[in-house]
Design a protein around this ligand. Structure first.
Ligand SMILES: [Fe+2]
Length: 354
């Protein structure tokens, strides 16, 4: 009997230890009435090395878990608790159904320099808690490397547990299935959502990883382009329309100019359907353009090694600066105020759209 009890106790302990939360909790796919709480657990690990018995690397086995909630109240703060553990607690606010003020943050390219990523998250939190965060992609250096995800989630933990997260897929995610699982983005990682009277469209601009051959890549992009046009046409009544994607249609990084022709080719579509602003990443700096009434912002200063802004386009460039930063947006009474903030809290750029 004693032996049986000891075994039961041991197995309960083993299950608890194996299910350590290493990602989140975070809240995704939030609307004015629904939300999905997601957390990632470590179920085991493998080590590796070039000498038998002397491993120098390890990677966890990860499993995503989630819980959906419907019938929520708009513009309401909810507090959640995953598995009743202190590390499973968090809060978020549902989207407003009407024209209420809200704040969001856009930042991205958080890969590679973990210390800088950590400092950006700290600066971001110091500036106040946003209602939601849009990530412009390249969350990690290599999405296929399992060990990099707990690193990302560890750095973002305090941010993710007190806001709502909407990521876009970067080329460094390598189109890995875990991105789809962790952030519950569905079969296609492009989607749109409403927050108050604003409409947000998140694209997957990583065409390079979207198919095995050029035909598959072309088919993917054609389908997404059609979806984008339909979505923009359907949301012409929105107060503001935003597009978020990893690859920028315009860049001041000379060696990368002309590098994203498919994104550049979307500009006439953005103009036809009166986009308010586009937010992009991929180039690790801050860039702001105003072209035919549309603001284009490159915000890739979340930690990845900086790139020079050596060739800003004449006539449309408002600001181009190579430094770590994030972008805060406040929307209230038909006015959106955009502020790009550097690591030390100083303001890099500020503008309003009515
Ligand atoms: Fe990138």
């Amino acid at each position: 009997m004693l032996k049986t009890l000891a075994l039961v106790g041991l197995s309960a302990f083993a299950t608890q230890a194996a299910d350590e939360i290493v990602g989140g909790p975070m809240v995704v796919n939030v609307t004015s009435t629904a939300a999905t709480v997601v957390w990632v657990v470590k179920t085991g690990q493998a080590t590796i090395g070039t000498t038998a018995g002397a491993a120098d690397r390890s990677a966890p086995a990860l499993r995503e878990e989630n819980a959906n909630f419907t019938g929520l109240k708009p513009a309401t703060t909810y507090y959640y608790d995953v598995n009743g553990s202190p590390e499973g607690k968090g809060s978020f606010k549902t989207a407003p159904a009407a024209n209420e003020p809200f704040d969001f943050v856009v930042f991205g390219d958080t890969r590679t320099r973990h210390d800088m990523h950590r400092r950006i998250v700290a600066a971001l939190l110091k500036s106040g808690k946003p209602d939601f965060v849009l990530h412009t992609g390249d969350l990690v250096e290599n999405g296929l490397d399992t060990a990099q995800w707990p690193m990302f989630f560890g750095i973002e933990r305090e941010l993710l547990r007190q806001t709502v997260f909407f990521p876009s897929l970067g080329n460094h995610e390598r189109n890995n299935r875990q991105f789809y699982e962790f952030f519950q983005v569905g079969a296609n990682p492009y989607y749109s959502f409403n927050w108050g009277k604003s409409h947000f469209i998140v694209l997957n601009s990583d065409i390079g990883s979207a198919g095995a051959d050029s035909l598959a890549k072309e088919t993917f992009w054609t389908q997404q382009r059609h979806w984008l046009e339909e979505d923009l046409a359907k949301n012409q009544q929105a107060q503001f329309r935003f597009v978020i994607a990893h690859h920028p249609p315009i860049t001041a990084v000379s060696r990368r100019q002309g590098g994203n022709p498919e994104m550049t080719a979307l500009i006439p579509l953005f103009e036809k359907y009166k986009l308010t602003a586009g937010f992009f990443g991929h180039d690790h700096n801050y860039q702001h353009y105003l072209k035919n009434g549309i603001h284009y912002v490159v915000t890739g200063g979340g930690g990845a090694p900086l790139y020079d802004v050596d060739k800003p386009a004449e006539g449309i460039t408002i600001k181009a600066v190579s430094t770590e930063h994030f972008v805060k947006i406040h929307v209230e009474a038909g006015v959106m105020k955009v502020t790009a903030i550097a690591l030390d809290g100083s303001i890099l750029d500020e503008f309003e759209i009515k």
